[in-house]
Every structure is written in structure tokens, then in C-alpha cells.
Design a protein around this ligand. Structure first.
Ligand code: PHE
Ligand code: ZN
Length: 871
């Protein structure tokens, strides 16, 4: 990061040194008592033989918000003048080569609203230690390259906390009056960020799994009693993931127990703690009546993601937090492969790319841009970004394609075997790819160190009877990185003739080819009998922006006829964008634009039954935010008007199709398979267009669906349409929904989100009212994201209200939230990252609002605002 706040510490990759001390064993005793928790820890420490430079005899441990009660070395109290605890570090002078250190500290989980370390959630105790939360539990060298074996005893009141969990296997237990205790032992050395503890009164869904080598693993999913009926989908997903990782990567689970605990208060999606995952309820609970189809798919992928971390993250972990993408990028790639195998691969790929280009690309092109392996940070929490996760996954995917699936598997086998039990780097990962393939990936590794989205400009023409295609790559500057080097960019391509058939590209008759670009400019020639439509970046073979001047007919050909799902979708996006761009600039009319799209969209609709989910993706307009990103200076008001006009025009032009899709795709029985979900997706889209067109049937169909839904996907879509188009019965539906679902937190999140997404400045008073609603709760991240996050990220026409009212609400929310949960405040603040692109009036208003917030901001929020404000 190039613009650190003056008073905040910056951590640099270049400064990495191995730990001075290693911890062989940790014995933790956590005594949970109302109002305060006693933590006694005994660390077996010894000087790191691999660290020759550091001869200092002082021991330095991390510790935040700990009240130190006592300290002993090898059982002897440490004199007060031999240690100091200041600035979140405990320093003990002249310690021996090897010794045990016992500390007793007091902590206050009841007061912990930051949800880092030990905290409470709906009457239970739980922990979150990644990245640096363990230091809020006890003194420790809190860094991922210190791996220790943990033995943990949890003590609490028997009645209120019948369940006491930690990592590994239970090895002992006992009772003392109305209290009890359980001791857990984790045989695998692990970094402290993987530590977890849970105490509560929870229901359990239990099952078992037999690994490929025949070991029995007990699978236990825990949730509040009322949610016991929402765990089946997660259990099925877990078993599928376990089998898949054995078959695809040869990875078997290694402990006798695998536990997942659902908690309502959670900063992220879920956490891969060894043997004891802790999940945001939103990523593990699922039931058709309360969870949308998208929610079901999220549960499947997050359960798999956390499970896959057991190898990519836990058995082989990160040397330091600059290597975060080593585990996250790789694990996202693995969960994407899994979801592709479990569902429609083409649809999955388009959904992943859609997410990347509409969310990670803007991050990579704005003030928060950073390399997949950053060079420095202030707060590591701010680096759990789409760049680390999603772009990181694309970098692994490119290596997968460079090597081919067989060599990639050999390379990952080598990686897991060679580095098992170690903390390693992205270089170590790539080295395995190099060793197996015999390729030199030195240039490829620039993908890890260079920020920004490369733009690949493609031109073509005819020369001496040959078709020539030229590529030029350029990566625009990003904060702190003005100059960029050429990257290795794999371009998978085909050349389509006028009938949409791929032409043979070489003497062997291959109709698809991967070209590896590694210079700034390259040109290739092909024999082609007639006009050519290049089908480029097939499967989205590299995370770049493709700039090629397609004409309308070429895009229609790709959309209608290409065999590659990504290229079809991308062609559709280009068609929509070029129409929308003209409307934003005040050129042409929406009705005329819709007419030119009509023939090709009718072709798509005609084939919708082949794959309804894919049809829904192809027929969806790009979002308003993505459209806005193409216009500078950005006037979100005119973008909104153009977007609405286009939607309405497409609604009208294809009205009879929407009506028949909305009516014919109706199901009479609930099914939860991929095809049924795809049909619902298409039907909801059709109903949305129908409502946009103003057809009276839309209201009737929506009310009907809302009154008698088969599942939450139907109910919520109907509610959204009624409310967003302000149709008759909207308010009644909102009230009815709130009444039906008042004690289902995840459903009520949706109720807040639907209202926060009502377009236009007129919805701001209602949103402000909702912030004061009795069901609104600033301490629950899911609820905050549903209301404030939806306003700031998903409702540009309200957020950017010309009078600055949206910014005022946003700023007030950030300030309020920052005192409760700095990580969530900082994450939300990212919604302002487009500030510099706004037209001057709004830019000034947003800037003022944020400057006010920054004055009293936490380190987390301050870092993000500092980058956005350029200070
Ligand atoms: N490591 C978690 C994952 O699987 C994410 C996470 C990070 C959760 C930090 C909590 C805190 O991606
Ligand atoms: Zn992860």
C-alpha cells in the first residue's frame, strides 16, 4: 500500500524474518465465567535453530486487550522488572534457550463486538482467530509460520453450556459442581489462526463418512436447536466435498471428527479451523422454505471451500499473510472446480467470471488495487479481498490449463507431499508447477506481484490472403505501481465462419488453440476461406479486459452460435453495453435499441429449454453499477435512467415471450435439482421484465406467487417485484413477509435488503427508518450488510442521491459501526471506492462526508478511507 497513515504501522513482505522462537506445544485452559474469562496458557518454547541472525535473548509475544494476572517461566514467577506489556506486545528479557512459559490472563468476551478472538453470539461462546485474533485470547507469537500442537481444556456452566468444543479429539472430561470441563487434543501442529473453541447449548446433526482408505469419520453439524432442520444440505455438501477431494486431488481427511458450528454473528462467510469450522449461519443453514436457490448453492460451495482448506491451508499453510492467496486463491479454484462438477459447468464458469469482472476488476482498477501477493499492508483484515480470492483463483486456473489436468495433479501431489506440515509461499507452489512441467514460470509469476487488470487489445485484418490477428497487452498503472511489465497471457481462441462453425486452425485440423502471449505485441496468421468472427479468451482463459471492435453481427453470431458458454455470455454483455452506453450518452432510443436485439434474443429464448439457467444469464442486462463504471465522469442519475429505459424496452419488445415464460415455467411441486433451480431463475427474470414493461399480468402473477410460494426463491422474487415496481399490494406483502418470518434472522435480512434496494432517492427516508427499526441490529454483520451494504453497493440511484442524503446516511453508519466492529466498517467503506470517478458535485459531497468519518476512524477504517481519499 502506498499511502499509509502516518501513525499506523506498515508491515512489509521485504522485512520478513523467521520467528525467533518456536512453540512445540500449547496447553490452554479456558475458564468461561459470566463477565470474564480466565485463560491460562503454558507454551513450550525454544529458540528457532533456523534463525541465526536473531541472537537477542528477549522473547516478544503478541497480546491485545489482555489483562495480565501472572507470568511464570518453568514454574517460577517472572519478576516485574523482567517484562513489559505495552503496545500490544509482551517482552520478557533474557529467557533461556528452551523453557515453558505460563501466563494467566483475563478477557471479556461479553464486551467483544469486533467478533475477533473470543466472543458471544446468541448465548454461546465462539472464536474467530484468523488473521490476528488469537492474540486477543492469550499471549502468543501470532504469525502463521509458528506451528504448535494444542491441548485445550474448556470449562463452563454445565446447564447453559452443555457442549464444549475445540480442535481435534476429546481426550478427557469431568465435572465440578454445576460446572464441567472437556479437554481436546489436536495431534496436528497448526498455526494459532486455526485455533477454535465453542461453548453452548446446540443441536447436532450427526452422520459418518468412510474415507477411501476405510477410516470412519464422525461428521457433526451444530446449530441452535430451532435450526436443526436446516442442516441436511450442508451435510450432503460436506460428504460430496470429501469424496470429491479424494477423487480429484487424492486428499483424505485426517482426523476422526469433523465439526461445523453455525453462528449468527460472524464477520465473514466461514472459517476453516482445524476439525472445527465455524460458519456464518448464512453459509451453512438451508431449507427450501427459508433459503433461496442461490443460498443453497452458496452453502454447497462454502462448505466445500472450508473443507478443502484442510489440505490447502491447514496441512500446508502460509509462511506470512502476504501469502494469503496461496491458500485462498487455490482453495477458491478448488471449490469452483467442485461446484462445476456438481452442477452445470458452463453456468458455473459464467457465474464465476461475472462475479470477477463485475467486482474484482473494479477493485483492481480503483484506489484499493493491490497485487495478489501484496508487498505491504497496515491491517491484514483489509486484505481479504476479491483480488486475493478471485483473481488468485484465476492465477491458479491459468496454471492448471498451462500444465493440463494430469500434470497439474502431479504438481499438487508434489506440493502437498513436499510441504506437508510446513508454512510456505506462493513461490513454493509455482516451483512445484515448474518442476513437474519443466516450464519456466518466472514471467508468469508477475501475475502475483503486479496489480491491475491487463487490457488486451486485438485487431485483425487480411494480408496476402491470410487472416492476421494482432494482440497488444497493456496494464494501466495502479497505486504505487506506475510501470508494468508484460504478463504471460494464455488466449484460448477459435475462429468462426459465417455459420458460426469453428474453422480448422492448423494442419492437424484443430479448431481451438491456446496462444501464449508473453510480449507487449504479437501477431499470428491463419488460413481462412472467408469472413471470420474471432472467439477469444474462450472459457475466460485469462483475467484480462478484451478490447476488440466486434460489430453487431459478429456479436449476434457469437451469442447465438458459439459453443463456448463464456463467449456467448460475453457477447451478450457487449451487445447490452453498447446499447446502454448510447442511451447513457443520450444517443438513440431504447425502443430502437431493443428492436435491433430482438432477433438474437428470440433465438436465445427459443433455445431456453436446453439450459434455463444459462438462458437466464444470457438474457440478464448487466447491472447499473457495471454500466456506470464505463462512464467518466460518472453521473449515476443518467446511468439509472438509461438502465431503466432499456429494461422497459426489452420488457415490451419481448413481452409475449416474458408472459409465456412467466406462466409456463410455473411448477406445481417443489424440486431442488439444478434444472428446477434454472427454471425458477428464468421465470423470475421473465416476471421482472414483464413488470418492467408495465404489463398488468405481472402484478397478478407476482401476488399469486407471493401468496402461495413453493419455496423462498419464489416468495422473495415475488416480493422484490412487487416492491421494486411499486405494484398494488407491495406494502401489504412487505408487512405480511415480516410477520411470517419475524423470527428467521436470515429471511429478515432479505426483508431489509429488498427495501434497501428500492431504486431512487425517494427510498432513503425508508432506509433511514429501517436503521432505527426494532429488528435492526448494528452488532450483527449480516443485518448491517443487508441494509447498509445493499444501499451502498447495490442501489446506486439512491446511494448517489443528488442531494448527498445517501452519503450522509452512509457516513453516519460507518461512524457508528466503526465503534462496534472496525472490520465490518472498513469493508463497507470500500463501497466509496468509485469516488474519484464521480462527477464533481457528488464527488465533493462524498469526499466531505468521508473526511468527517476519517477524523475518528479506527486503523481498519482509516486505512481504507485513506486510500479512497488519497491521503
Ligand atoms: N479463511 C476464511 C475462508 O475460508 C475467511 C476468513 C478470514 C474468515 C478471516 C474469518 C476471518 O476464506
Ligand atoms: Zn478460504
Amino acid at each position: 500500500m502506498d499511502s499509509p497513515q502516518a501513525d499506523v504501522k506498515t508491515t512489509r513482505l521485504a522485512d520478513y524474518t523467521p520467528p525467533a522462537f518456536l512453540v512445540d506445544h500449547v496447553q490452554l485452559d479456558v475458564d468461561l465465567r459470566d463477565g470474564q474469562t480466565w485463560v491460562t496458557s503454558t507454551l513450550q518454547l525454544r529458540r528457532n535453530p533456523d534463525n541465526s541472525q536473531q541472537s537477542a535473548s528477549d522473547l516478544v509475544l503478541d497480546g491485545e486487550c489482555l489483562t495480565l494476572e501472572s507470568l511464570a517461566i518453568d514454574g517460577e514467577p517472572v519478576a516485574a522488572d523482567r517484562y513489559r506489556y505495552e503496545k500490544d506486545q509482551l517482552t520478557i528479557e533474557s529467557v533461556p534457550q528452551a523453557f515453558s512459559l505460563t501466563s494467566v490472563v483475563l478477557i471479556e468476551p461479553e464486551k467483544n463486538t469486533a467478533l475477533e478472538g473470543l466472543y458471544r453470539s446468541n448465548g454461546m461462546y465462539c472464536t474467530q482467530c484468523e488473521a490476528e485474533g488469537f492474540r486477543r485470547i492469550t499471549f502468543f507469537p501470532d504469525r502463521p509460520d509458528v506451528l504448535a500442537r494444542f491441548t485445550t481444556t474448556v470449562r463452563a456452566d454445565k446447564k447453559r453450556y452443555p457442549l464444549l468444543l475445540s480442535n481435534g479429539n476429546p481426550v478427557n472430561q469431568g465435572e465440578e459442581g454445576d460446572r464441567h470441563w472437556v479437554t481436546w487434543e489436536d495431534p496436528f501442529p497448526k498455526p494459532c489462526y486455526l485455533f477454535a473453541l465453542v461453548a453452548g447449548d446446540l443441536a447436532c446433526l450427526e452422520d459418518s463418512y468412510t474415507t477411501s482408505s476405510g477410516r470412519q469419520v464422525s461428521l457433526r453439524l451444530y446449530a441452535e436447536h430451532r435450526d436443526l432442520d436446516k442442516l441436511d444440505h450442508a451435510m450432503l455438501s460436506l460428504k460430496n466435498a470429501m469424496r470429491w477431494d479424494e477423487e480429484t486431488y487424492g486428499r483424505e481427511y485426517d482426523l476422526d471428527i469433523y465439526m461445523i458450528v453455525a453462528v449468527s454473528h460472524f464477520n465473514m462467510g466461514a472459517m476453516e479451523n482445524k476439525g472445527l469450522n465455524i460458519f456464518n449461519t448464512a453459509c451453512v443453514l438451508a431449507h427450501p422454505s427459508t433459503t433461496t436457490d442461490a443460498g443453497f448453492q452458496r452453502v454447497e460451495s462454502v462448505v466445500a471451500h472450508e473443507y478443502f482448506h484442510n489440505w490447502s491451508g491447514n496441512r500446508v499453510t502460509c509462511r506470512d499473510w502476504f501469502q494469503l492467496s496461496l491458500k485462498e486463491g487455490f482453495t477458491v479454484f478448488r471449490d469452483q472446480q467442485f461446484s462445476a462438477d456438481m452442477n452445470s459447468a458452463a453456468v458455473q464458469r459464467v457465474e464465476n467470471v461475472d462475479f470477477l469482472v463485475n467486482h474484482q476488476f473494479p477493485e483492481d482498477q480503483g484506489p484499493m488495487a493491490h497485487p495478489v501477493r501484496p508487498a505491504e499492508y497496515q491491517k491484514i483484515d483489509n486484505f481479504y479481498t476479491l483480488t486475493i480470492y478471485e483473481k488468485g483463483a484465476e492465477i491458479v486456473r491459468m496454471q492448471y490449463h498451462l500444465l493440463g489436468s494430469e500434470d497439474f495433479r502431479r504438481a499438487t501431489d508434489l506440493y502437498f507431499e513436499r510441504f506437508d506440515g510446513q508454512a510456505v509461499t506462493c513461490d513454493d507452489f509455482v516451483a512445484c508447477m515448474e518442476e513437474i512441467s519443466g516450464r519456466d514460470l518466472t514471467q508468469f509469476k508477475r501475475w502475483y506481484s503486479q496489480a491491475g487488470t491487463p487490457v488486451l487489445t486485438v485487431t485483425d485484418g487480411w494480408k496476402e490472403g491470410e487472416y492476421q490477428i494482432s494482440f497488444r497487452q497493456h496494464t494501466p498503472p495502479t497505486p504505487g505501481q506506475a510501470e508494468k511489465q508484460p504478463l504471460m497471457i494464455p488466449v484460448r481462441l477459435a475462429l468462426l465462419d459465417e455459420a458460426g462453425e469453428p474453422l480448422p486452425l492448423d494442419a492437424e485440423g484443430n479448431r481451438e488453440k491456446v496462444i501464449i502471449l508473453d510480449r507487449e505485441a504479437q501477431t499470428l496468421s491463419f488460413d481462412a476461406p472467408g469472413p471470420v468472427t474471432p472467439s477469444l479468451l474462450r472459457g475466460f482463459s485469462a483475467p484480462v479486459v478484451l478490447d476488440y471492435a466486434y460489430d453487431h453481427d459478429q456479436l449476434c453470431r457469437l451469442l447465438a452460435l458459439d459453443s463456448d458458454g463464456y463467449c456467448r455470455w460475453s457477447a451478450a454483455q457487449r451487445l447490452y453495453f453498447s446499447a446502454l452506453d448510447r442511451l447513457v450518452k443520450g444517443e438513440g432510443s431504447a425502443a430502437a435499441e431493443a428492436q435491433t436485439l430482438l432477433p438474437v434474443l428470440e433465438q436465445v429464448i427459443g433455445r431456453a429449454d436446453e439450459d434455463p439457467a444459462q438462458a437466464a444469464l444470457l438474457l440478464s442486462l448487466p447491472g447499473e453499477v457495471a454500466l456506470g463504471d464505463r462512464h467518466s465522469p460518472l453521473d449515476p442519475g443518467s446511468v439509472h435512467v438509461a438502465h431503466q429505459a432499456m429494461k422497459k424496452a426489452l420488457g415490451k419488445a419481448l413481452q409475449t415471450h416474458w408472459l409465456s415464460l412467466a406462466e409456463n415455467l410455473i411448477a406445481t411441486e417443489l424440486e431442488m435439482d439444478g434444472r428446477a433451480m434454472g427454471r425458477r431463475q428464468l421465470r423470475n427474470l421473465a416476471l421482472d421484465y414483464l413488470a418492467a414493461s408495465g404489463h398488468p399480468e405481472a402484478q397478478r402473477l407476482a401476488v399469486e406467487l407471493f401468496e402461495l410460494p413453493l419455496c423462498m426463491t419464489e416468495e422473495l422474487a415475488a416480493l422484490r417485484i412487487l416492491v421494486h415496481y411499486n405494484l398494488a399490494g407491495a406494502n401489504q406483502a412487505l408487512a405480511q413477509f415480516a410477520e411470517r418470518w419475524s423470527d428467521e434472522a436470515l429471511v429478515m435480512d432479505q426483508w431489509f435488503a429488498v427495501q434497501a434496494a428500492v431504486p431512487g432517492p425517494a427510498s432513503l427516508p425508508r432506509i433511514e427508518e429501517l436503521m432505527a427499526h426494532s429488528a435492526f441490529d448494528w452488532t450483527v454483520p449480516n443485518r448491517v450488510r443487508a441494509l447498509v451494504g445493499t444501499l451502498a453497493n447495490g442501489n446506486p440511484s439512491a446511494f448517489h442521491s443528488p442531494d448527498g442524503e445517501g452519503y450522509r446516511l452512509f457516513a453516519a453508519a460507518l461512524t457508528r459501526l466503526d465503534r462496534i466492529n472496525p472490520q465490518i466498517a472498513a469493508r463497507l467503506a470500500n463501497a466509496a471506492a468509485r469516488m474519484a470517478k464521480l462527477e464533481p458535485g457528488r464527488r465533493g459531497q462524498l469526499q466531505n462526508a468521508l473526511q468527517g468519518v476519517k477524523k475518528q476512524a479506527s486503523d481498519n477504517l482509516g486505512e481504507v478511507l485513506g486510500r479512497i481519499l488519497g491521503a
